[in-house]
Design a protein around this ligand. Structure first.
Ligand SMILES: NC(=O)c1ccc[n+]([C@@H]2O[C@H](COP(=O)([O-])OP(=O)(O)OC[C@H]3O[C@@H](n4cnc5c(N)ncnc54)[C@H](OP(=O)(O)O)[C@@H]3O)[C@@H](O)[C@H]2O)c1
Length: 235
C-alpha cells in the first residue's frame, strides 16, 4: 500500500488526514510533537496496525534529521506538510509587530515544510507516487486583502511557503515529483478559533480533508494553489 507521512497529526486537520488515509488502507507515518499526549491519535494507532507514530517538531532541524535517520530508505508516496501555526494574533498586529514571534511563525510555516522536503526528498523519489504537499491558506493570496488584516506573520509565512513549493516544483519536475499547494478552506479547528473568525462559510474537518485528499490523488506538476472546492486561487 502507499505510504504517507503527515505532520501535525495529533489534532485538527492532521488527525483527520490520519483517520481518512488509514481507513483507505494507506500506511501512515503520523508525526506530532508529542504523540504520547494525543489520545485520539494513539487510539488510531492501536486500532490500525498501518498507523505508525513518530515524534517530530518541524521547527527543530535536529528532530527532522533524526526522523529521516529512523526512516532510512523507506519510500514515501506523499509527504504531507500539514502542521502549521497561526502565531500570537496580538504580537503580529501592526501595533506590535514582535519580530521574535515573526521568526517563530516563519520557522514553523515556511522553513519547516522546506526542510521536510529536503530531508525526505530521497524517500519521495524512491516511491511510486512521488508527491510533496503543503497545506497553505487562502489568506496567503495577495488578492485576498479583505479580511484578517492583522495576521501579518501568518499570511506572509504562508505566501512564503507557496513560493518555496513553486520553486521546489521547478527543481524536481524532471525527477517526476509533484508538488501540491492546497488550501483547506475555513475549517473548524483550534487554529481558526484562535484567529477569532466567526463569519459564515466554516466547514468541518472531515469535509475539507476528503476534498483535499481528492486533489492529492489527482495532483499534477502545475503547483497551483487549489482550494478544497477545486477552485484555483490567485497568487
Ligand atoms: N483551520 C483552518 O481554517 C485553516 C485554514 C487554512 C489553512 N489551515 C492550515 O491547516 C493546517 C492544519 O491546521 P489546523 O486547522 O488543523 O489547526 P490546529 O488544529 O491548530 O492544528 C495545527 C497542528 O500543527 C501542529 N504544529 C504546530 N507547530 C508545530 C511544530 N513546530 N511541529 C510539529 N507540529 C506542529 C500542531 O501540533 P501541537 O498540538 O503540538 O501544537 C497541530 O497538530 C495548518 O498548516 C494551517 O495553517 C487551516
Amino acid at each position: 500500500m502507499p505510504v504517507i507521512l503527515i505532520t501535525g497529526a495529533n489534532r485538527g486537520l492532521g488527525l483527520e488526514f490520519v483517520k481518512q488515509y488509514a481507513a483507505c488502507g494507506w500506511e501512515v507515518i503520523a508525526t506530532a510533537r508529542d504523540p504520547a499526549a494525543a489520545p485520539e491519535l494513539s487510539a488510531l494507532a492501536k486500532s490500525h496496525r498501518s498507523v505508525r507514530l513518530e515524534p517530530l517538531d518541524i521547527g527543530n532541524h535536529a528532530d527532522i534529521k533524526a526522523l529521516a535517520a529512523r526512516l532510512g530508505q523507506q519510500p514515501i508516496d506523499v509527504l504531507l506538510n500539514n502542521a502549521g501555526w497561526l502565531g500570537d494574533t496580538r504580537k503580529q498586529s501592526f501595533d506590535e509587530l514582535d519580530y521574535a514571534s515573526f521568526e517563530e511563525v516563519l520557522r514553523i510555516n515556511t522553513y519547516g515544510p522546506l526542510a521536510m522536503a529536503k530531508a525526505f526528498m530521497a524517500n519521495v523519489q524512491a516511491s511510486e507516487q512521488k508527491k510533496i504537499v503543503v497545506i497553505t491558506s487562502g489568506l496567503s493570496s495577495l488578492a485576498n486583502t479583505s479580511r484578517f488584516g492583522n495576521l501579518y506573520f501568518y499570511r506572509i509565512s504562508k505566501a512564503g511557503v507557496n513560493m518555496a513549493m513553486r520553486t521546489l516544483q521547478a527543481e524536481v519536475r524532471a525527477q517526476g515529483v509533484k508538488v501540491g499547494i492546497l488550501a483547506p478552506g475555513m475549517v473548524d479547528t483550534r487554529l481558526l478559533r484562535q484567529s477569532g473568525f466567526e463569519g459564515p462559510g466554516v466547514i468541518q474537518a472531515p469535509q475539507s480533508v476528503a476534498a483535499v485528499i481528492g486533489h492529492i490523488d489527482n495532483l499534477t506538476q502545475d503547483a497551483e494553489m487549489i482550494l478544497y472546492t477545486g477552485d484555483r486561487l490567485p497568487w
